[in-house]
Design a protein around this ligand. Structure first.
Ligand code: 13P
Ligand code: SF4
Length: 335
């Protein structure tokens, strides 16, 4: 099976942009001219979240990519997210601002290694986190996000053993919550592994009323201190609906932008890293997308995600299974 290609030349970093241009106005003009929708993940810079037509977690964004009637999807997130948009909307042009926006979880799980993992466990169902390549999706039985993983695992036949890849921390958490033993792939997110339990305990001691909200990509020593564990959207819903007024946020800190906008009177503290400093766990892949790159991708119609049709169809089946099995999850319209 052929692999995914990124078509169209990515503008060079040094490509000059007229400094007198107002990039917000230009992006707005181009998105209307091209009938483009701009989707953004909560880990993008605040200014990118603010210019997007829609901001969400991985499940919300997959659904939005499948439902939009725009001709062009400009995906401000990482590559596997833009691939999902192309898999569910093959007739659309899917752009990503920076072709280098990868993911450590995707990197940890190469398709050939994953194929061997499956072959070594022929009786197992393969439940795969959406943070993986299209090739790995194509080798999976069902895809999950952190929003729907528990609901989906709970629906699988009780007599079938399960492989879970590539995030071992999310897999461990889902095994604990579902009571199903899962055979885990040893991958992890470099961002969520930055947090320090010792420093988190010290921060909690300084802010005894603060509740801790954590993403399940965090290792267990962090999750054991959490009052709430969930996807980015779920963390956002939790802090906004809580009557508490201060929170420690153990996920990529750009999500705090949405929290401060929606609840300016509340206090949101980023969970600390190993050196005790806050705000350390920034995703270097998400950070590759900038206003300049968004503008250039609309001008150049590149980089574009292109998928061979056999790969797209093979990856679409477990993704569609995910969408079918998560009706009702994140049901409230996303902000
Ligand atoms: P969610 O937004 O689905 O929680 O995913 C988090 C993440 O790490 C995306 O890369
Ligand atoms: Fe991948 Fe982690 Fe970045 Fe999400 S935060 S894109 S899981 S490296």
């Amino acid at each position: 099976m052929d692999t995914v290609v990124l078509a169209g030349k990515q503008a060079r970093k040094e490509e000059s942009i007229d400094p007198t241009l107002d990039l917000f106005e230009e992006i707005d003009r181009l998105r209307h001219e091209r009938n483009a929708v701009i989707l953004a993940h909560y880990y993008q810079d605040g200014e990118i979240q603010d210019l997007a037509d829609f901001v969400g977690d991985s499940l919300d964004l997959s659904r939005k990519a499948a439902a939009t009637d725009a001709d062009v999807i400009l995906f401000c997130g990482v590559r596997f997210m833009a691939e999902v948009a192309k898999i569910v909307s093959p007739q659309k042009t899917v752009l990503i601002p920076d072709a280098e926006a990868g993911c450590s979880l995707e990197d940890s799980c190469q398709a050939e290694d994953f194929r061997r993992f499956r072959e070594a466990h022929p009786d197992h169902l393969a439940v795969t986190y959406i943070n993986c390549s299209a090739e790995v999706k194509a080798l999976s039985d069902v895809i999950v996000t952190s929003s729907n993983a528990l609901a989906i695992v709970n629906q699988l036949p009780a007599d079938r053993p399960i492989l879970f890849a590539p995030d071992r921390h999310l897999g461990r958490f889902i095994a604990e919550q579902s009571g199903r033993p899962l055979t885990l792939w040893p991958g992890s997110c470099i961002v969520h592994e930055q947090f320090s339990e010792r420093e988190l305990v010290a921060l909690k001691a300084r802010h005894p009323r603060a509740l801790v909200a954590a993403h399940p990509e965090c290792p267990e020593p962090i999750l054991r201190h959490a009052d709430h564990v969930g996807s980015t959207r779920s963390i956002l819903d939790y802090v906004l609906s809580s009557t508490n007024d201060s929170f420690i946020i153990a996920t990529e800190p750009h999500i705090i932008h949405q929290m401060q906008k929606a609840a300016p009177a509340k206090t949101f503290l980023p969970a600390p890293g190993m050196d005790g400093s806050c705000d350390c766990a920034r995703c270097p892949f998400m950070a590759k997308n900038t206003l300049e790159r968004i503008y250039l991708s609309l001008v150049n119609n590149a980089p574009r995600i292109e998928l061979p049709e056999d790969l797209r169809v093979a990856a679409w089946k477990p993704l569609q299974r995910m969408l079918d099995m998560s009706v009702g999850v994140n049901a409230r319209p996303a902000a």
